[in-house]
Each structure stands twice: as structure tokens, then as C-alpha cells.
Design a protein around this ligand. Structure first.
Ligand SMILES: [Zn+2]
Length: 491
């Protein structure tokens, strides 16, 4: 019998750490606590992220199901700790930097929503330019942060950061790049046709279009009248009720709808204890985007509230986030069903809305595909510097709108999170195709579909997305259902 004490201890400690940090995020994000004090929580659980723990893990039983996820947590935390001073400095700059606009100083983080909402193209471009220049001035900090992370990856014996994340994150970046490259090729013509049509409809010349122009087009405010703030919670609850999910699981989800001045305007889900303590936090604003966020976060809440409590924490709270993101998209995309739109928000002819939805998802997938291709090269190099042009070229080619070279590090998440989203979108389309096939187009009204979803949710994050798809009888990641859905009644 292998000695499991180290993994038992780390699993318990990881659970306590996650409970404390999720609770802190909940209290701060819901406006019940002014500050987000994560440093003392990291301090209390410093052992999880210590070099000695990484070394001890090398001797642990690698065949134990908990091992890969506990090692990933330890390693990613160890890496982040080595860069935390620079991370804090970047966050401080992002909080304190301002941009001069219309005789006022606008906080750096408020500029992106202003860009999206600016109808005058000249003003929009000027504002975006000012934002990009502020980002460029912060970039030396971002370069130093990647220096620190890359150095740690090499010190741990990996040739580069990409090899390290592929190993501990159990990701095959090369295979995913091949999959998304095929998607980019096969959707190119349809995407370009739709892009030109949507831009022209907003009086924007496709040849001159920038990223900010597309952000403006995708705001889709013309559909907001169907999505009233007052009915948001009721529509969500009636939608979930139609799936006849277990009342026990619903009782574990606390719907936090109370108005508080400092509450996050965007819906979010926080889970201090899986499955017993799940918060779904909402400040109903109304609009299509708000409904999408509520359904997405509701999907996370359902997934975790149905997770089998007897699994070790590593298989409930850690694991492949493509799975929880995938299920969040499954619930969010109930809103892509014409039956649902008619019945719940009284949209009698959803043709234009659905065309816009599909175009928006096509853009997002192509944008993330380009991000992955870019990051696959970036993180295999020794230094991030000098990659500005490559970033702009890849993103501009995939999206058909001009991206700024200066965003070449601000647009990069740690540990290939872009790969988790790409896998989640592929997973979501496969799962909904299966549900439609078994239960019909209105599967979201079927208690049997609800029971099947609940049986998958019970696994928590024990299996990664390809393994869970295999269990569903779908073989593994297959990009065809997503491609079919997004190219449906195209152009
Ligand atoms: Zn999510």
C-alpha cells in the first residue's frame, strides 16, 4: 500500500484554502466587504505552495487520482508566489492609471466599456488609442512578470513555460492548435461575409475596421428590450424548474439578489463548499448580456451543487475547468433555442437575434483560436519581448479587424486559460447536440434531460473534458458539432 498521507494532507489543506478564498471573493464581490484580502489566506496555507511540497510530491503515488491536480495547484501557486510582487504592481497600475478624456481623468479599467458604448467612430478610435498607449506604458512590468515565470519553469527542469503547463495542466497544445486551425480555415468564408454585413449595417467600412468597432457592433443593444431586469431571476428559475432538478441541490444554491452599493454589476458564482455552499450573485441590470451572464453563472452553480460530496476535494474543486465552463455554456446557450426565446422572453421571430448570436460566438471562438496559436509560440520562447507584431498579425488575420500590437501581453492569461475556453465551447456544442438528439429541440423542458445532466454534474471535475465526453459515448473532443451549429443557415 503506497503511503497516501501527503496527498490526504494536501487535499484537506487545498479544500480549506479554497473555502477561505472563495468566501473572500463572495464577500467582496457581493459588496459585503470592502477589501479583498487574499494575502493572509495564502500566508495561512503557505505550505501548499512551498518548494518543499513540490519536491515531496515528486515522491508521491503518481497513480493516485488526486495526484495530478494537487501537483498542478502546488506548482501554479509556487510560480505565482515567485511573481506576486510584480502581479500586485500591475494590478495597482491598472487601478490607479487614468486616461485624459473630455477634460476628465477616466480610470484605466473603465475605458474598455466606454469604448464599446461610443457610437462616434472617430471618438471610439481615439479613446481606444489612448487606452492602448496606457497599456504600452505598463508593458515593461508585464515583461518582467513573464521573465520571472519563465525563469521558474526552467529552474524546475522544463525547457520552457509551454512544456511545463502542458505537463502539469495535462493539455496537448499542439493537438488543440491543429483542431482550431481547421476551424479557422473552414469558417473563414462565412465569417468574413457575416463580418462585412454586420460592420456595414453599423456604417463601418470593413477595410478600416478596428477591434473597437466590432466591440461596438456586438453590444447588440437592439435586442435588450426582450430581456428586462425585473424578470431576470424569475426567467432563470422557471427555466431551471423545467429541467426538474433535485430540490436538495437547489437548496444548496443561495440566490443573492440583494441590492448593495458595492456589489459587482456582473453576475458571478462563488463556491466556498462543494456541493453544500454555492452562491449565485446577481445585480439585475437587464439586457441580453446580463441574461447570458446569469445563465452562465447559473450553469456553474448547478454543476457544483450537484457534485458528489464523497469525492476527494481534488476531484470536486480542482480539475479541468473546461468541464465547469462547458456546463456553464450549456445552460447559457439554452438562450439560443427558438422555443425558449418564444416561451420565456416572447421573441416571436428570433431570426436576427440568433444570427447575431451565432456571429458573436463565431468571432469569440476565432479570437480565442488566434490567442492560442499566438500563445503556443510565445510560451515556447525564452523571452516575451519582440512579439508585438506577431500578436497583432495573428489576431487581425483571424478576426478581420485590426488588433493593436501593444496588447500583446495584456491579452494573455496565465497557464493557457484560452485552451480551457476553447475546449469548453467544443464540449458545450457536443453536449447540446447529444441532448437535442435524445430529447428534441426543447430538451431544456425535459426532466429526463435534467436527470442526465445531473448524472454528469455528479462527477464534479473528476474527469477532464475529453474523458467525460468519452463517457457520454461521444469519443472525445470533436469540433464538428460546433462548426455545424455556427455555420447553420450561414451568410
Ligand atoms: Zn464561466
Amino acid at each position: 500500500m503506497p503511503d497516501t498521507r501527503l496527498l490526504d494532507d494536501l487535499d484537506r489543506e487545498a479544500e480549506a484554502f479554497a473555502e477561505a478564498s472563495e468566501r473572500e471573493h463572495y464577500l467582496n464581490g457581493s459588496g459585503q466587504k470592502d477589501t479583498l484580502d487574499l494575502a493572509p489566506i495564502y500566508e495561512r496555507h503557505a505550505r501548499l505552495f512551498a518548494r518543499e511540497t513540490l519536491d515531496a510530491l515528486a515522491q508521491a503515488d503518481h497513480t493516485d487520482e488526486r495526484f495530478p491536480e494537487l501537483r498542478r495547484l502546488a506548482l501554479e501557486g509556487f510560480l505565482e508566489k515567485s511573481a506576486s510582487a510584480i502581479t500586485d504592481e500591475i494590478a495597482l497600475r491598472e487601478t490607479q492609471d487614468t486616461i485624459a478624456w473630455d477634460g476628465e481623468q477616466v480610470p484605466y479599467r473603465s475605458v474598455a466599456p466606454m469604448v464599446r458604448n461610443e457610437p462616434d467612430p472617430h471618438r471610439r478610435h481615439a479613446l481606444e488609442r489612448a487606452l492602448v498607449e496606457a497599456t504600452a506604458a505598463q508593458n515593461p512590468l508585464r515583461e518582467r512578470r513573464w521573465d520571472a515565470l519563465y525563469a521558474q519553469a526552467r529552474a524546475l527542469g522544463y525547457p520552457h513555460y509551454r512544456a511545463m503547463i502542458e505537463d502539469v495542466g495535462r493539455l496537448d497544445i499542439g493537438a488543440l492548435c491543429a483542431l482550431v486551425s481547421r476551424f479557422l480555415r473552414e469558417t473563414e468564408r462565412t465569417y468574413r461575409t457575416q463580418l462585412a454585413r454586420h460592420l456595414r449595417a453599423a456604417n463601418i467600412d470593413p477595410a478600416q475596421a478596428e477591434k473597437s468597432d466590432l466591440a461596438f457592433v456586438l453590444r447588440q443593444s437592439q435586442f435588450d428590450r426582450y430581456f428586462a431586469a425585473e424578470t431576470l431571476v424569475d426567467v432563470y428559475q422557471r427555466t431551471v424548474a423545467a429541467l426538474a432538478l433535485s430540490p436538495e441541490a437547489q437548496a444548496r444554491i443561495t440566490l443573492d439578489v440583494e441590492r448593495r452599493p458595492k456589489k459587482s454589476p456582473r453576475a458571478f458564482c462563488a463556491v466556498p463548499r462543494i456541493p453544500d455552499e454555492v452562491y449565485l450573485v446577481i445585480s439585475p441590470q437587464g439586457g441580453e448580456y446580463d441574461y447570458g451572464a446569469m445563465f452562465h453563472e447559473g450553469g456553474h452553480a448547478q454543476h457544483f451543487a450537484h457534485t458528489d460530496a464523497t469525492l476527494p476535494f481534488a476531484l470536486r474543486g480542482l480539475g479541468d475547468n473546461s468541464v465547469t465552463e462547458g456546463f456553464a455554456f450549456v445552460v447559457e446557450h439554452i438562450m439560443a433555442s427558438p422555443e425558449w426565446l418564444e416561451q420565456y422572453v416572447f421573441m416571436h421571430d428570433p431570426t436576427d437575434y440568433l444570427a447575431m448570436q451565432r456571429f458573436s460566438r463565431l468571432y469569440m471562438f476565432r479570437r480565442y483560436a488566434a490567442k492560442l496559436l499566438y500563445e503556443s509560440e510565445l510560451h515556447a520562447a525564452a523571452d516575451v519581448r519582440g512579439r508585438q507584431k506577431r500578436y497583432a498579425d495573428l489576431l487581425t488575420a483571424a478576426t478581420g479587424v485590426r488588433y493593436a500590437p501593444e496588447d500583446y501581453l495584456a491579452d494573455v492569461d496565465d497557464a493557457y486559460y484560452a485552451a480551457r475556453y476553447l475546449r469548453a465551447w467544443i464540449f458545450d456544442a457536443q453536449v447540446r447536440a447529444l441532448l437535442r438528439e435524445r430529447f428534441g429541440a426543447a430538451w431544456h423542458e425535459s426532466p429526463e434531460a435534467g436527470a442526465l445532466l445531473a448524472s454528469w454534474w455528479a462527477h464534479g471535475q473528476r474527469y477532464d473534458a475529453p474523458a467525460l465526453l468519452a463517457q457520454m459515448g461521444l469519443g472525445g473532443l470533436d469540433i464538428a458539432p460546433l462548426m455545424r451549429e455556427l455555420l447553420d443557415s450561414a451568410a
